[in-house]
Design a protein around this ligand. Structure first.
Ligand code: FES
Length: 105
């Protein structure tokens, strides 16, 4: 597993989202009122970029911009069709005002 520094915490204020790339994989990081979550950026349905969708920090979901499935940022599981497969999630942490993702390929 790689423990990768991906951003300064100030780049991810509450309500923000940020895309980072680790070993060629795009990962979406979101800040829900101070709690960070990281999930694969590519939708499991038809490969749309989840970063282009709406992040709802209250519902803890990211909505796919193409067909509207809402993915739970904690689990990566879609809450509604048409997507039915989850996207990967990754442990994310903050150390010394920097954001780290534990990436397992
Ligand atoms: S591409 Fe995301 S729901 Fe279809």
């Amino acid at each position: 597993m790689a423990h990768v520094r991906v951003a300064a915490l100030e780049e991810l204020p509450p309500g923000a989202k940020l895309v980072v790339v680790i070993q060629g994989v795009s990962i979406l990081i979101v800040n829900a009122e101070g709690q960070l979550y990281a999930l694969a950026e590519t939708c499991s349905h038809a490969k749309a970029a989840l970063s282009a969708g709406e992040f709802d920090p209250d519902e803890l979901t990211v909505e796919c911009p193409l067909h509207g499935s809402c993915f739970d940022v904690r689990t990566g599981k879609p809450r509604n069709l048409p997507a039915f497969a989850p996207v990967a999630t990754y442990p994310v942490s903050v150390e010394d005002a920097a954001v780290f993702v534990d990436y397992n390929d």
